[in-house]
Ligand binder design. Structure first.
Ligand code: FAD
Ligand code: NAP
Length: 517
């Protein structure tokens, strides 16, 4: 619902905008970009009409404010006057009006739960929803400390097959081992995210659409190198902490927010940790490869096809944008990677000169920090199993999710063919062209084709935009019953058109995976 310009991205007049045909769903008026909004919020103008006063809002009051010029929306218990924001909303006024005078939390979570609305709308805050009197549950004081007993977690209404995990812990003289029993057969270490920062320990276990969280302030200090072991067959996760001082712990720690809870993943806010910029290397004239180092107490692996969010404060407002981690290079398997995979994250980012986030990010110096979220996304490695042919359709930085997919897929011996069709404006825009050509020379199952929309007269390859003739020639099944997957990623209208064309070519929904936020 409330979002930053990425939904209308590329915006009108942007360097990304196609010569013909509107690309953003709702074109914003001149002077209505996110930067303009940030400027307005800093101008000192009274945006709520309450002169900075915060009030308690009853349901009856909220409902009354349901018109464009008087529109209040509640998100997670806080009420905002969004009327001044209407014209700045990239999704358009109508989309925002769907939540007018009501609780828009679900609508917000469905579209952009990652957007930091608290920061974006802080000058529009009207107040809190008034709390209805409810019977307060008697607090269980016995649970104040975590003492190693199997606590019963806060469990939502789960589908019958989902069982809440439980945990236990034990210690030796120098180690504390936390054991989480997930009872899941297909657990892997990508499903375990651990953070230890400022004495707080946080372990999140992802189980399908759910997430189990341990969150405690540890009773004693530990060293920062934490190890994680996952028994895939039984779903047992062991997290081994090294004590700083070899004394016996009486209890594990004090529970923190949502400790020992098992909830739908989308209900949880994004968790960020600060990562250090280690290097930046040019890829093309406007795109760079950035290496970020995770903090020492973090265990996090970004699964293939998933993205993370970066968060920075731009002119006093927190801005969040998604980026898709890539490999250090397409030859990563050939040589020892410079950095171990589980401590470093590589991002290939295009810098838009007039963009809000990317130029700001590019100003970071080596050694500076940026906040990075846990991974998100709905691509599953299992989609690559039992395939015979894989087709990748990428435009511009839409190439980023294809990098890990390509690398993983070429290690599947049953896969007979992997083809990448890569759309760019000019030759100079092609990301990792040399590496792709070298890979195609070396690996007979891999083919790459570059299509340019603005070629010079020297270009002898294909040109144009995504079209039926191009696709029908490129995306061909070798036999009627061969297992096929087509991955597509690029500017939203490119992806949407590609999906329509693939449907016309009789590929089923299951055979097409598109990447979005
Ligand atoms: P924006 O501020 O969004 O601006 C982009 C362009 O639009 C600029 O040229 C700007 O001048 C113009 N513009 C903005 N607002 C207006 C306006 N109102 N009127 C006129 N012009 C305007 N990108 C990567 O580079 N690498 C990745 O790996 C990557 N992964 C992604 C993964 C996902 C799931 C998604 C959804 C996107 C991904 N992106 C990636 C894109 C990325 O999230 C950002 O959208 C991109 O970096 C641009 O953000 P920005 O704030 O720098 O630019
Ligand atoms: P770009 O350089 O502007 O465009 C790349 C190619 O796509 C060009 O050939 C361009 O043709 C073509 N194209 C653009 N719009 C088109 C349309 N409507 N129909 C057909 N072809 C079109 O691209 P970019 O600046 O790198 O942007 C990449 C986009 O990918 C961004 O929008 C980013 O958000 C998105 N992305 C998404 C994900 C994800 O969802 N996981 C990951 C990474 C990137 P023209 O020259 O004719 O415009």
């Amino acid at each position: 619902m409330l979002n930053v310009p990425s939904q209308a991205f590329p915006a009108p007049g942007s360097q990304q905008r196609a010569a013909s045909g509107g690309r953003s769903k709702v074109p914003l008026k001149q002077g209505r970009s996110l930067m303009d909004w940030i400027r307005l919020t800093k101008s000192g103008k009274d945006l709520t009409g309450l002169k900075g006063r915060l009030i308690e809002v009853t349901e009856e009051e909220l409902i009354k404010h349901n018109k464009k010029d008087d529109c209040w929306v509640c998100i997670r218990g806080l009420v905002y006057n969004v009327s001044p924001y209407m014209e700045y909303h990239p999704g358009g006024e109508d989309e925002l009006m769907r939540a007018a005078g009501s609780d828009g939390t679900d609508l917000f979570d469905q579209v952009h739960r990652w957007v930091n609305y608290e920061s974006m709308l802080k000058e529009c805050l009207v107040g809190r929803m008034a709390v209805k009197p409810v019977a307060i549950a008697k607090e269980n004081h016995e649970k104040k400390f975590l003492n190693g007993i199997l606590l019963k977690s806060k469990v939502p209404d789960l589908p019958a097959k989902e069982i809440s995990p439980s945990y236990d812990w034990f210690q030796t003289e120098s180690l504390v081992t936390i054991v989480i029993y997930t009872k899941q057969k297909d657990m892997d270490s990508e499903s375990v995210i651990v953070d230890y920062q400022d004495g707080c320990f946080r372990a999140e276990i992802l189980i399908k659409d759910y997430s189990y969280l341990l969150h405690t302030e540890l009773s004693h200090e530990i060293q920062e190198d934490i190890s994680v072991r996952v028994a895939e067959k039984t779903g047992k996760v062991e997290i081994v902490l090294k004590k700083k001082v070899n004394i016996s712990w009486k209890y594990l720690g004090h529970p923190l927010e949502n400790h020992n809870s098992f909830t739908e993943h989308k209900e949880k806010g994004l968790y960020y940790r600060k990562c250090k910029l280690i290097s930046k290397v040019d890829v093309t004239h406007d795109t760079k490869l950035y290496c970020l180092m995770l903090p020492p107490g973090t265990h996090l692996q970004v699964p293939i096809g998933q993205h993370v969010y970066l968060k920075q404060t731009v002119t006093g407002t927190e801005v969040v944008k998604p980026y898709t981690p890539v490999l250090e290079s397409l030859h990563s398997d050939l040589q020892e990677p410079l950095h171990p995979h589980n401590k470093y994250i590589y991002l290939m980012i295009k810098i838009y000169r007039a963009g809000l986030f990317s130029p700001h990010f590019d100003c970071l110096q080596i050694g500076d920090c940026v906040s990075l979220s846990s991974p998100e996304g709905n691509f599953k490695k299992s989609q690559l199993q039992d395939l015979e042919e894989l087709f990748l359709l990428a435009a511009g930085t839409g190439f980023t999710p294809m990098i890990k997919i390509l690398n993983y897929a070429l290690n599947i011996t049953s896969l007979r063919k992997v083809k990448l069709m890569f759309f760019n404006k000019t030759e100079g825009d092609i990301l990792w062209r040399n590496q792709l050509e070298q890979l195609a020379d070396k690996e007979r199952r891999f083919e790459v084709e570059f299509i340019l929309s603005e070629p010079t007269c020297e270009w002898t390859g294909k040109q144009g935009r995504i079209s039926l003739p191009l696709l029908s020639e490129f995306v061909k099944r070798s036999s009627e019953d061969s297992g096929v997957l087509i991955c597509i990623c690029g500017p939203a209208p490119f992806t949407e058109q590609g999906i329509r064309l693939l449907k016309d070519l009789n590929f089923s929904q299951e055979e097409v995976h598109s990447f979005t936020a």
